[in-house]
Design a protein around this ligand. Structure first.
Ligand SMILES: *Cc1c(COP(=O)(O)O)cnc(C)c1O
Length: 385
Protein backbone atom coordinates (compact mmCIF):
# COMPACT_ATOMS: atom_id res chain seq x y z
CA UNK A 1 0.00 0.00 0.00
CA UNK A 2 2.95 2.33 0.62
CA UNK A 3 3.52 2.82 -3.10
CA UNK A 4 0.09 4.43 -3.40
CA UNK A 5 -0.49 8.17 -3.53
CA UNK A 6 -0.89 10.17 -0.33
CA UNK A 7 -4.69 10.23 -0.17
CA UNK A 8 -4.83 6.44 -0.44
CA UNK A 9 -2.13 5.93 2.18
CA UNK A 10 -3.91 8.33 4.55
CA UNK A 11 -6.93 6.03 4.48
CA UNK A 12 -5.46 2.55 3.98
CA UNK A 13 -1.74 2.75 4.89
CA UNK A 14 -0.90 -0.04 7.33
CA UNK A 15 -4.60 -0.82 7.84
CA UNK A 16 -6.52 -4.07 7.45
CA UNK A 17 -9.96 -5.17 8.68
CA UNK A 18 -9.98 -6.50 12.26
CA UNK A 19 -9.14 -10.22 11.96
CA UNK A 20 -11.72 -11.39 14.52
CA UNK A 21 -14.81 -9.58 13.17
CA UNK A 22 -13.95 -7.89 9.88
CA UNK A 23 -14.53 -4.45 11.45
CA UNK A 24 -13.26 -1.92 8.93
CA UNK A 25 -12.09 0.51 11.59
CA UNK A 26 -9.87 -0.97 14.32
CA UNK A 27 -11.88 -1.51 17.51
CA UNK A 28 -10.93 0.62 20.52
CA UNK A 29 -9.14 -2.10 22.48
CA UNK A 30 -9.87 -0.59 25.87
CA UNK A 31 -7.89 -3.17 27.81
CA UNK A 32 -4.76 -3.11 29.93
CA UNK A 33 -3.94 -6.81 29.61
CA UNK A 34 -4.40 -9.95 27.46
CA UNK A 35 -5.12 -13.58 28.39
CA UNK A 36 -2.30 -16.11 28.05
CA UNK A 37 -3.09 -19.82 27.41
CA UNK A 38 0.07 -20.85 29.26
CA UNK A 39 2.88 -18.68 30.64
CA UNK A 40 4.38 -16.86 27.65
CA UNK A 41 1.81 -18.38 25.25
CA UNK A 42 -0.01 -15.28 23.93
CA UNK A 43 -1.07 -13.65 20.66
CA UNK A 44 1.66 -10.98 20.61
CA UNK A 45 -0.05 -8.78 23.17
CA UNK A 46 0.81 -8.94 26.86
CA UNK A 47 0.29 -5.54 28.44
CA UNK A 48 -1.00 -2.30 26.89
CA UNK A 49 1.93 -0.02 27.77
CA UNK A 50 4.01 -2.32 25.57
CA UNK A 51 1.48 -3.30 22.88
CA UNK A 52 -2.08 -2.25 22.12
CA UNK A 53 -3.79 -3.12 18.82
CA UNK A 54 -5.52 0.28 18.43
CA UNK A 55 -2.28 2.15 19.07
CA UNK A 56 -0.49 -0.21 16.67
CA UNK A 57 -3.02 0.59 13.93
CA UNK A 58 -2.27 4.30 14.42
CA UNK A 59 1.49 3.69 14.50
CA UNK A 60 1.36 1.79 11.19
CA UNK A 61 -0.65 4.62 9.65
CA UNK A 62 1.86 7.22 10.88
CA UNK A 63 4.75 5.27 9.36
CA UNK A 64 2.91 5.02 6.05
CA UNK A 65 1.91 8.68 5.68
CA UNK A 66 5.41 9.96 6.57
CA UNK A 67 7.18 7.54 4.22
CA UNK A 68 8.91 5.90 7.20
CA UNK A 69 9.00 2.31 8.40
CA UNK A 70 8.19 2.61 12.12
CA UNK A 71 5.68 4.83 13.95
CA UNK A 72 5.48 5.47 17.68
CA UNK A 73 2.55 7.20 19.37
CA UNK A 74 2.83 9.08 22.68
CA UNK A 75 0.57 10.81 25.19
CA UNK A 76 1.47 14.27 23.80
CA UNK A 77 3.78 16.01 21.36
CA UNK A 78 6.03 16.96 24.26
CA UNK A 79 6.22 13.30 25.37
CA UNK A 80 7.50 12.52 21.85
CA UNK A 81 10.10 15.32 22.23
CA UNK A 82 11.05 13.80 25.60
CA UNK A 83 11.62 10.37 24.03
CA UNK A 84 14.06 11.96 21.53
CA UNK A 85 15.99 13.64 24.35
CA UNK A 86 16.40 10.25 26.06
CA UNK A 87 18.47 9.06 23.08
CA UNK A 88 21.17 11.49 24.30
CA UNK A 89 23.74 11.34 27.12
CA UNK A 90 25.29 13.99 29.39
CA UNK A 91 27.78 16.12 27.44
CA UNK A 92 25.93 15.69 24.13
CA UNK A 93 25.05 18.87 22.22
CA UNK A 94 21.94 19.77 20.23
CA UNK A 95 21.72 22.52 17.61
CA UNK A 96 18.17 23.80 17.32
CA UNK A 97 16.00 26.26 15.41
CA UNK A 98 15.99 29.48 17.50
CA UNK A 99 12.25 30.14 17.22
CA UNK A 100 10.95 26.68 18.04
CA UNK A 101 7.72 25.78 19.83
CA UNK A 102 7.79 27.28 23.34
CA UNK A 103 7.06 23.99 25.12
CA UNK A 104 9.95 22.27 23.34
CA UNK A 105 12.27 25.17 24.25
CA UNK A 106 11.13 24.93 27.88
CA UNK A 107 11.79 21.18 27.98
CA UNK A 108 15.27 21.58 26.46
CA UNK A 109 16.35 24.40 28.77
CA UNK A 110 14.42 23.80 32.00
CA UNK A 111 14.47 19.99 32.08
CA UNK A 112 17.36 18.65 30.02
CA UNK A 113 20.12 21.22 30.60
CA UNK A 114 20.27 20.04 34.19
CA UNK A 115 20.93 16.49 32.97
CA UNK A 116 24.03 17.76 31.17
CA UNK A 117 22.73 18.27 27.63
CA UNK A 118 23.86 21.46 25.88
CA UNK A 119 21.61 23.36 23.46
CA UNK A 120 22.58 25.92 20.82
CA UNK A 121 19.76 28.01 19.31
CA UNK A 122 20.33 29.69 15.96
CA UNK A 123 18.33 30.97 12.98
CA UNK A 124 18.60 28.05 10.58
CA UNK A 125 18.10 30.09 7.43
CA UNK A 126 21.90 30.51 7.64
CA UNK A 127 23.46 27.07 7.02
CA UNK A 128 26.98 28.39 7.65
CA UNK A 129 25.95 29.57 11.12
CA UNK A 130 24.62 26.08 11.88
CA UNK A 131 27.78 24.41 10.60
CA UNK A 132 29.90 26.76 12.76
CA UNK A 133 28.18 25.40 15.88
CA UNK A 134 29.05 21.76 15.14
CA UNK A 135 31.50 20.20 17.62
CA UNK A 136 32.59 16.58 18.16
CA UNK A 137 29.79 16.43 20.78
CA UNK A 138 26.99 17.44 18.37
CA UNK A 139 24.60 14.49 18.43
CA UNK A 140 21.33 16.01 17.23
CA UNK A 141 20.08 18.78 14.95
CA UNK A 142 16.53 19.91 15.72
CA UNK A 143 14.49 21.55 12.99
CA UNK A 144 11.02 23.04 13.03
CA UNK A 145 9.64 24.36 9.73
CA UNK A 146 7.49 26.39 9.23
CA UNK A 147 8.01 27.92 12.70
CA UNK A 148 5.51 29.45 15.06
CA UNK A 149 4.32 32.21 14.68
CA UNK A 150 6.72 33.84 12.18
CA UNK A 151 6.45 30.93 9.71
CA UNK A 152 10.20 30.90 9.05
CA UNK A 153 11.31 28.16 6.66
CA UNK A 154 14.32 25.89 7.17
CA UNK A 155 15.95 24.02 4.28
CA UNK A 156 15.62 20.41 5.52
CA UNK A 157 17.98 18.88 2.93
CA UNK A 158 20.71 21.42 3.84
CA UNK A 159 20.34 20.53 7.54
CA UNK A 160 20.41 16.80 6.69
CA UNK A 161 23.75 17.33 4.96
CA UNK A 162 25.23 19.05 8.03
CA UNK A 163 23.83 16.34 10.32
CA UNK A 164 25.32 13.53 8.18
CA UNK A 165 28.75 15.21 8.15
CA UNK A 166 28.58 15.65 11.93
CA UNK A 167 27.37 12.10 12.56
CA UNK A 168 24.32 13.61 14.29
CA UNK A 169 20.64 12.69 14.09
CA UNK A 170 18.31 15.09 12.29
CA UNK A 171 14.91 15.53 13.96
CA UNK A 172 12.21 17.48 12.12
CA UNK A 173 9.09 18.67 13.93
CA UNK A 174 6.61 18.42 11.04
CA UNK A 175 3.55 19.60 13.01
CA UNK A 176 2.89 22.81 11.03
CA UNK A 177 3.45 21.33 7.56
CA UNK A 178 1.94 17.82 8.04
CA UNK A 179 3.15 14.85 5.94
CA UNK A 180 0.75 15.85 3.17
CA UNK A 181 2.76 19.03 2.50
CA UNK A 182 6.26 17.95 3.51
CA UNK A 183 8.06 14.59 3.76
CA UNK A 184 11.20 15.15 5.89
CA UNK A 185 12.39 11.52 5.72
CA UNK A 186 12.74 11.77 1.94
CA UNK A 187 14.80 14.95 2.51
CA UNK A 188 17.20 13.16 4.87
CA UNK A 189 15.61 13.40 8.34
CA UNK A 190 16.20 10.53 10.77
CA UNK A 191 13.21 11.24 13.02
CA UNK A 192 9.96 13.06 12.21
CA UNK A 193 7.97 14.42 15.15
CA UNK A 194 4.32 15.45 15.39
CA UNK A 195 2.05 17.06 17.84
CA UNK A 196 -0.91 15.07 16.47
CA UNK A 197 -2.97 17.32 18.72
CA UNK A 198 -2.92 19.73 15.75
CA UNK A 199 -3.52 18.86 12.06
CA UNK A 200 -3.21 15.04 12.23
CA UNK A 201 -6.02 14.76 14.80
CA UNK A 202 -7.56 17.80 13.16
CA UNK A 203 -10.65 18.18 15.35
CA UNK A 204 -9.28 19.75 18.56
CA UNK A 205 -10.40 16.71 20.55
CA UNK A 206 -7.14 14.96 21.56
CA UNK A 207 -3.62 15.60 22.86
CA UNK A 208 -1.24 13.11 21.23
CA UNK A 209 2.32 12.91 19.92
CA UNK A 210 4.16 10.84 17.33
CA UNK A 211 7.59 9.88 16.08
CA UNK A 212 8.29 8.27 12.72
CA UNK A 213 11.61 6.70 11.71
CA UNK A 214 12.95 4.60 8.89
CA UNK A 215 15.99 2.96 10.42
CA UNK A 216 15.42 -0.28 12.40
CA UNK A 217 18.08 0.21 15.11
CA UNK A 218 16.92 3.74 15.87
CA UNK A 219 13.32 2.50 16.01
CA UNK A 220 14.31 -0.23 18.48
CA UNK A 221 15.97 2.37 20.74
CA UNK A 222 12.85 4.52 20.64
CA UNK A 223 10.47 1.57 21.25
CA UNK A 224 12.62 0.69 24.25
CA UNK A 225 12.33 4.27 25.57
CA UNK A 226 8.57 4.36 24.85
CA UNK A 227 7.98 1.19 26.87
CA UNK A 228 10.60 1.81 29.57
CA UNK A 229 9.48 5.36 30.36
CA UNK A 230 5.81 4.79 29.55
CA UNK A 231 4.43 7.98 27.95
CA UNK A 232 2.03 6.10 25.66
CA UNK A 233 -1.37 7.33 24.46
CA UNK A 234 -4.56 5.43 25.25
CA UNK A 235 -6.65 3.42 22.77
CA UNK A 236 -9.50 5.98 22.54
CA UNK A 237 -7.13 8.80 21.60
CA UNK A 238 -5.29 6.48 19.19
CA UNK A 239 -8.60 5.78 17.46
CA UNK A 240 -9.45 9.48 17.17
CA UNK A 241 -6.00 10.31 15.75
CA UNK A 242 -6.38 7.54 13.18
CA UNK A 243 -9.83 8.79 12.21
CA UNK A 244 -8.41 12.31 11.82
CA UNK A 245 -5.58 11.16 9.56
CA UNK A 246 -8.04 9.62 7.11
CA UNK A 247 -9.25 13.09 6.04
CA UNK A 248 -5.91 14.91 6.40
CA UNK A 249 -5.35 15.56 2.69
CA UNK A 250 -8.91 16.80 2.11
CA UNK A 251 -8.80 19.10 5.14
CA UNK A 252 -5.34 20.45 4.24
CA UNK A 253 -6.44 21.33 0.72
CA UNK A 254 -9.25 23.47 2.15
CA UNK A 255 -7.08 24.92 4.96
CA UNK A 256 -4.61 26.04 2.28
CA UNK A 257 -7.21 27.38 -0.12
CA UNK A 258 -8.85 29.44 2.66
CA UNK A 259 -5.49 30.66 4.02
CA UNK A 260 -4.30 31.83 0.60
CA UNK A 261 -7.51 33.80 0.08
CA UNK A 262 -7.41 35.37 3.56
CA UNK A 263 -3.69 36.24 3.28
CA UNK A 264 -4.42 38.24 0.12
CA UNK A 265 -7.47 39.84 1.72
CA UNK A 266 -5.43 40.92 4.77
CA UNK A 267 -2.62 42.28 2.58
CA UNK A 268 -5.00 44.71 0.93
CA UNK A 269 -6.87 45.72 4.13
CA UNK A 270 -6.26 49.33 5.27
CA UNK A 271 -6.23 48.34 8.99
CA UNK A 272 -3.46 45.75 8.51
CA UNK A 273 0.34 46.19 8.52
CA UNK A 274 2.66 43.22 7.89
CA UNK A 275 1.21 39.92 6.68
CA UNK A 276 3.42 36.86 7.20
CA UNK A 277 2.54 33.99 4.88
CA UNK A 278 5.06 31.69 3.15
CA UNK A 279 2.96 31.77 -0.03
CA UNK A 280 3.94 35.42 -0.64
CA UNK A 281 6.92 35.85 -2.95
CA UNK A 282 8.47 38.42 -0.60
CA UNK A 283 8.44 35.98 2.34
CA UNK A 284 12.15 35.20 3.02
CA UNK A 285 11.55 31.43 2.95
CA UNK A 286 9.23 31.40 -0.08
CA UNK A 287 11.63 29.72 -2.53
CA UNK A 288 12.59 26.94 -0.11
CA UNK A 289 8.96 26.43 0.92
CA UNK A 290 8.01 26.12 -2.73
CA UNK A 291 10.75 23.56 -3.31
CA UNK A 292 10.22 21.34 -0.26
CA UNK A 293 6.47 21.70 0.38
CA UNK A 294 3.38 20.79 -1.64
CA UNK A 295 1.68 24.02 -0.50
CA UNK A 296 2.05 26.83 2.00
CA UNK A 297 -0.11 25.55 4.86
CA UNK A 298 -3.01 26.99 6.79
CA UNK A 299 -1.30 29.45 9.14
CA UNK A 300 -1.07 33.25 8.76
CA UNK A 301 0.38 35.89 11.08
CA UNK A 302 -0.33 39.58 10.63
CA UNK A 303 0.09 42.83 12.53
CA UNK A 304 -2.58 45.47 12.90
CA UNK A 305 -1.50 48.78 11.33
CA UNK A 306 -0.87 50.53 14.69
CA UNK A 307 1.02 47.43 15.90
CA UNK A 308 -0.39 47.97 19.40
CA UNK A 309 -1.72 45.51 21.97
CA UNK A 310 -4.96 47.52 22.29
CA UNK A 311 -5.86 47.17 18.60
CA UNK A 312 -4.76 43.52 18.30
CA UNK A 313 -6.73 42.69 21.44
CA UNK A 314 -9.82 44.43 20.06
CA UNK A 315 -9.66 42.38 16.84
CA UNK A 316 -9.23 38.95 18.47
CA UNK A 317 -11.89 39.71 21.10
CA UNK A 318 -14.42 40.94 18.51
CA UNK A 319 -14.22 38.09 15.99
CA UNK A 320 -16.97 35.51 16.30
CA UNK A 321 -16.18 32.80 13.76
CA UNK A 322 -12.49 32.86 14.75
CA UNK A 323 -12.26 31.62 18.36
CA UNK A 324 -9.53 33.14 20.53
CA UNK A 325 -7.65 30.08 21.82
CA UNK A 326 -4.29 28.32 22.06
CA UNK A 327 -3.50 25.48 19.63
CA UNK A 328 -4.04 25.16 15.88
CA UNK A 329 -4.78 22.75 13.09
CA UNK A 330 -8.42 21.92 13.83
CA UNK A 331 -11.34 22.25 11.43
CA UNK A 332 -12.42 25.44 13.24
CA UNK A 333 -10.62 28.77 12.77
CA UNK A 334 -8.66 30.04 15.78
CA UNK A 335 -6.96 33.33 16.52
CA UNK A 336 -4.12 33.91 18.94
CA UNK A 337 -2.09 36.80 20.30
CA UNK A 338 1.48 35.42 20.57
CA UNK A 339 2.95 38.33 22.62
CA UNK A 340 0.47 37.80 25.47
CA UNK A 341 -0.28 34.09 25.02
CA UNK A 342 2.22 31.55 23.61
CA UNK A 343 5.28 33.84 23.75
CA UNK A 344 4.52 35.85 26.92
CA UNK A 345 7.48 34.32 28.79
CA UNK A 346 10.02 35.63 26.23
CA UNK A 347 11.48 39.08 27.13
CA UNK A 348 9.89 41.88 25.06
CA UNK A 349 13.06 43.05 23.25
CA UNK A 350 13.97 39.46 22.29
CA UNK A 351 10.40 38.80 21.17
CA UNK A 352 10.25 41.95 19.03
CA UNK A 353 13.65 41.22 17.45
CA UNK A 354 12.11 38.05 15.99
CA UNK A 355 9.02 39.92 14.74
CA UNK A 356 6.59 39.09 17.55
CA UNK A 357 5.35 42.61 18.20
CA UNK A 358 2.39 43.55 20.43
CA UNK A 359 0.18 44.04 17.37
CA UNK A 360 0.82 40.58 15.90
CA UNK A 361 -2.11 38.17 15.53
CA UNK A 362 -1.77 34.50 14.54
CA UNK A 363 -4.54 32.76 12.63
CA UNK A 364 -5.08 29.03 12.30
CA UNK A 365 -7.37 29.16 9.29
CA UNK A 366 -10.08 26.50 9.50
CA UNK A 367 -12.21 24.91 6.83
CA UNK A 368 -15.40 26.95 7.28
CA UNK A 369 -16.83 28.84 4.29
CA UNK A 370 -14.15 31.41 3.47
CA UNK A 371 -16.77 34.13 2.89
CA UNK A 372 -17.76 33.97 6.55
CA UNK A 373 -14.13 34.01 7.69
CA UNK A 374 -13.45 37.08 5.55
CA UNK A 375 -16.56 38.88 6.81
CA UNK A 376 -15.58 38.10 10.42
CA UNK A 377 -12.07 39.51 9.95
CA UNK A 378 -13.37 42.53 8.06
CA UNK A 379 -15.96 43.39 10.72
CA UNK A 380 -13.34 43.30 13.49
CA UNK A 381 -10.64 45.15 11.52
CA UNK A 382 -13.05 47.88 10.41
CA UNK A 383 -13.41 48.94 14.07
CA UNK A 384 -9.80 50.15 13.86
CA UNK A 385 -10.39 52.53 10.93
C1 LIG B 1 1.77 21.89 20.02
C2 LIG B 1 3.14 21.65 19.51
C3 LIG B 1 4.04 20.79 20.17
C4 LIG B 1 3.69 20.12 21.48
O1 LIG B 1 2.69 19.18 21.34
P1 LIG B 1 1.61 18.81 22.50
O2 LIG B 1 0.76 17.81 21.82
O3 LIG B 1 0.91 20.08 22.87
O4 LIG B 1 2.40 18.25 23.64
C5 LIG B 1 5.29 20.58 19.60
N1 LIG B 1 5.65 21.19 18.45
C6 LIG B 1 4.83 22.03 17.80
C7 LIG B 1 5.28 22.68 16.55
C8 LIG B 1 3.56 22.30 18.30
O5 LIG B 1 2.74 23.15 17.65
Amino acid sequence: MDSEHFGTRAIHGGQHPDPSTGAVMPPIYQTSTYAQAAPGDHKGYEYSRTQNPTRHALERSLASIEGGKHGLAFGSGLAAVDACMKLLSPGDEVISTHDLYGGTYRQFVKVYEKYGLKFHFTPMSDAAAVRALVTPNTKMIWVETPTNPMLNIVDIAAMAKIAKEAGALLVVDNTFATPYLQQPISLGADIVLHSATKYLGGHSDIVLGALIVKEDTLAEQLYFIQNATGAVCGPMDSFLALRGIKTLHVRMDRHMQNAAELANFLKSHPAVGRVVYPGFEDHPGHAIAKAQMRGFGGMISFAVKSDTYADASKVVSTMKVFTLAESLGGVESLSGHPASMTHASIPKDQREASGITDGLIRLSVGIEDVRDLKADLDAALSLLL
